[in-house]
Structures are given as structure tokens and as C-alpha cells.
Design a protein around this ligand. Structure first.
Ligand SMILES: [Zn+2]
Ligand SMILES: [Zn+2]
Length: 135
């Protein structure tokens, strides 16, 4: 019995992970639950939250502190995020930061950098089109 339960858990886990890997939208736990439930109608919200927490503890996903909810990203490579304070969308900022002196040298005055988490907060192009070309 225990074994069956464990296997089902594993299948659910890998499905959730697969879903996270397939999207670039940095979904919240609520969205993950909603999307995953389309394919796994019997999954409970508690299970989804537990699984996400487990991924987080194991470092398989990174968590982004967005507008009013935590958002999940299965891409754990070093990259910065842009969080729109209007629509709450979270965007990857992949290459624009790599030439920044601190990130290039991988060190600051106080020590060496192993990894980083950078969040930019503002309004995305959709929410504030006039700012798109602003310098
Ligand atoms: Zn926006
Ligand atoms: Zn990301």
C-alpha cells in the first residue's frame, strides 16, 4: 500500500515538475494547482503546495518574491527577474545583466559571489507602453 502511494506521489511530482519546466510564466502555486488539475483532476491543493515546497527545499526550483505571491521557476540558472507591479507578470532578464561589473567579476568588496537572485520591480511594456523607449 505504502509503495503504491509513493509511486503515485512520484508521478504527480514529475508531472508538476514537467509543467513548471514547460512554462516561462513563473506561475504561483495557485496557478500550478489550476493547470495541473486539468490533467490530474484528483490532485489536492495541499499536495501541489507540498510538492512545490519540496522542490524548493531541494533546490530544484527557485522562488521569486513577486507582487503579492511567491512565484516558481524551474529554471534555476542564474538569471534576474523583472516583476511588473501592475499586472504581476514575472519576466526573465537573461543577458542584460551579465556585463554588470559585479556579476562579471563574480565578487564584491565584501566577498565572492556563488549565485545571485536579482529582482527588478517596475511596469512592463504592456502596462506602460510609453516607457518602452525611455532611457
Ligand atoms: Zn505589466
Ligand atoms: Zn525565471
Amino acid at each position: 500500500m505504502v509503495k503504491i502511494k509513493k509511486e503515485r506521489m512520484t508521478a504527480q511530482k514529475s508531472f508538476i515538475f514537467g509543467y513548471l519546466k514547460s512554462v516561462k510564466t513563473h506561475p504561483s502555486a495557485g496557478i500550478v494547482y489550476k493547470e495541473v488539475r486539468k490533467k490530474l483532476p484528483n490532485i489536492s491543493q495541499g499536495t501541489v503546495y507540498r510538492v512545490l515546497n519540496n522542490f524548493k527545499e531541494k533546490g530544484q526550483v527557485q522562488v521569486i518574491d513577486a507582487k503579492d505571491t511567491a512565484r516558481f521557476d524551474a529554471d534555476v540558472s542564474n538569471h534576474a527577474h523583472f516583476i511588473c507591479e501592475e499586472c504581476g507578470n514575472v519576466f526573465d532578464v537573461m543577458n542584460e545583466c551579465v556585463n554588470c561589473g559585479v556579476l562579471k567579476k563574480k565578487k564584491t568588496k565584501v566577498g565572492f559571489i556563488n549565485y545571485y537572485k536579482i529582482n527588478f520591480y517596475g511596469e512592463c511594456k504592456c502596462c506602460r507602453p510609453a516607457s518602452a523607449g525611455r532611457k
